[in-house]
Write a protein that binds this ligand. Structure first.
Ligand code: SF4
Ligand code: SF4
Length: 89
């Protein structure tokens, strides 16, 4: 006999957090830590250079709603060059 799957009683009320990463590109030294640590892989290195001559991260096109506001990118950045804002809908 097959057992019925369990379902959270409030599953219809749960929402996925959404964030928007903000890059202070002139502070960036292009180390890529934020890109590598992002669990949703929504960041990529820009083809453009900042004033110091480094590529800096940017949000991938088409993935503007996929950031989950986990804050890993700002935690790992050694130069405080990226932070994330909570998006409320
Ligand atoms: S907050 Fe999390 S999901 Fe969003 S860009 Fe930073 S590391 Fe990625
Ligand atoms: S972790 Fe910081 S310094 Fe390194 S690429 Fe990302 S924004 Fe730039």
């Amino acid at each position: 006999m097959q057992r019925a799957g369990r379902k959270l009683l409030n599953a219809d009320k749960l929402t996925v957090p959404c964030g928007r990463p903000v890059v202070l590109k002139e502070r960036c030294k292009g180390c890529r830590l934020c890109v590598e640590y992002c669990p949703k892989q929504v960041l990529e290195m820009s083809k453009d250079f900042n004033e110091k001559g480094y590529h800096y991260p940017q949000l991938k096109q088409g993935q503007e709603k996929d950031c989950i506001n986990c804050g890993y990118c700002q935690e790992v950045c050694p130069d405080f060059a990226i932070y994330v804002e909570k998006v409320t809908s």
